[in-house]
Design a protein around this ligand. Structure first.
Ligand SMILES: O=C(O)CCC(=O)C(=O)O
Ligand SMILES: [Fe+2]
Length: 463
């Protein structure tokens, strides 16, 4: 079993988007990027090159090939264009021989930069005002009453042995995430429509019906919703954000939550942006940290038209027990986030004894529990998600290299069936069209309505 930081295929999906859905160009581009990085191969890099060539990933004979929306290369794509003479398929990359190779070595290697633009060192954002200054996120310390935070930590740690390691196909092998995860829904009437969404938390794997929010999670969620709503009132809203709440209803509420357990310093999650399939564009996600402090890393994705001017910057945010990061709108569109492995960590020392051992002193722990509270939008409900030719629901991803200013945003519906189906999906691609697909109302729709009614509407959209 190859263990890679989840979700390792984020890099591949981004590269596919940059190559306008052309899978062959994507494989060639990833190979070319790797080869550029290792321009003067040593004997060890030669060995890696031979075993990790991605050309064999493509299997056009089995793919249900839909012509991508545009096969014309985008001139602003960061990855190199398809070579004139595509490399001959490497025998060692042949799917029948299945070489064992850590694909992250291939996918993670950025090209050696020859540019003169200064690289900025990673910046540690050690307090809430620094986080707000440099990122679209806000950090909130001591978010829950201390006893509730401690009880919820114990409760989730006790539950976590039943959580799953995410598994999916990447190219021709199954990979597994280096942490455990679970998914919860908030009971709201008889609505079971998020069962399918839960499967997406597990990369399209069939799952048992998701669990409902346990009582302690529900209690915590109410504090978190209050903070998120207060923060949302302070910030600008983006045109594609959801604005369909009823008068008097909260701007944001959580209807699902995903949890992660990282045991020890080495468990991690790789750089990714969250899938937008049910969240829609410009989501707000509230991420609660309990237990040992870990670093939350944010790395900006520089739009294509700025790559020659500046390098992306990396920000490290230490997240202590009982802290909340709100990933506000535009975080998923313009940053990747991760929990990198660490060489060491400080044990968490609970203030209170475990409820089932009230007379024993609390034991230090090397676990971190993370709960991300999310709002799955009604206009992105399961039955509205386009299906690909495999018959499976597609996933929604932002074209991160496009500028994200609320005006020129682009999102793609992409086949994701390959993640569970021996790595074989179809080449389904479609640009999302909010209006044509009948989605909304968004902040832009509301603001349009207001101007049609000739009401004066402020520049900052308030809904
Ligand atoms: O553990 C964290 O703070 C991040 C988890 C995460 O990125 C995710 O669940 O999508
Ligand atoms: Fe995430």
């Amino acid at each position: 079993m190859l263990v890679v930081p989840h979700p390792g295929n984020d890099v591949v999906l981004d590269a596919l988007i940059e190559c306008s859905g052309d899978a062959r160009a994507t494989a060639n581009a990833i190979n070319a990027r790797y080869k550029t990085h290792n321009a003067t191969p040593t004997s060890s890099t030669k060995r890696k090159l031979a075993s990790s060539d991605l050309t064999g990933w493509l299997n056009p004979g089995t793919a249900t090939s839909e012509k991508p929306p545009s096969t014309k290369k985008r001139k602003d794509a960061q990855l190199p264009a398809e070579p004139q003479n595509p490399a001959k398929p490497s025998s060692s990359a042949d799917t029948t021989t299945k070489p064992v190779v850590n694909l992250m070595q291939v996918l993670r290697s950025p090209p050696a930069s020859k540019s003169s633009i200064p690289r900025l060192p990673p910046l540690t954002l050690s307090n809430p005002s620094m986080v707000a200054e440099h990122t679209p996120c806000t950090l909130h310390l001591s978010i829950l009453p201390p006893e509730l935070a401690c009880k919820l930590f114990y409760f989730m740690v006790d539950l976590s042995p039943s959580w799953k390691r995410n598994r999916w196909w990447l190219f021709d092998r199954v990979v597994e995430s280096p942490h455990r995860t679970s998914f919860f829904v908030r009971k709201q009437g008889e609505d079971n429509s998020w069962h399918e969404a839960a499967q997406y938390w597990y990369n399209g794997r069939p799952t048992d019906p998701p669990e409902e929010f346990p009582a302690l999670m529900e209690e915590a969620c109410q504090y978190i919703e209050d903070t998120v709503n207060k923060e949302m009132l302070k910030r600008e809203r983006f045109p594609l954000e959801w604005a369909g709440h009823e008068p008097g209803e909260k701007l944001w509420h959580a209807n699902v939550a995903a949890s992660n357990c990282y045991e020890g310093a080495k468990e991690s999650v790789g750089p990714h942006s969250d899938q937008l399939t049910y969240l829609g564009p410009y989501p707000t996600i509230a991420s609660l940290s309990l237990g040992t402090t870990r670093t939350f890393r944010l790395r900006e994705v520089v739009p294509s038209d700025e790559v020659s001017e500046r390098h992306p910057r990396t920000f490290n945010v230490p997240l202590p027990h009982n802290s909340l990061v709100i990933m506000h709108a535009a975080t998923q569109e313009s940053f990747k986030h991760s929990i990198p492995p660490q060489s060491a960590l400080d044990l968490y020392r609970p203030l209170y004894p475990h409820p089932s051992r009230p007379t024993s002193p609390p034991e230090p722990s090397n676990c971190r529990i993370n709960v991300t509270f999310r709002f799955y939008r009604p206009d992105f409900s399961s039955n509205s998600i386009p299906r690909c030719k495999c018959g499976a629901p597609t996933i929604l991803r932002a074209d991160m290299k496009n500028r994200h200013d609320g005006k020129a945003d682009k999102y793609w519906w992409i086949c994701y069936a390959g993640a569970q189906n021996d790595g074989k999906g179809c080449n389904f691609w479609r640009v999302m069209d909010m209006k044509m697909e009948g989605r909304g109302p968004t902040c832009a729709d509301r603001s349009e309505m207001a101007s049609n009614n000739q009401a004066s509407f402020p520049q900052r959209v308030t809904v």
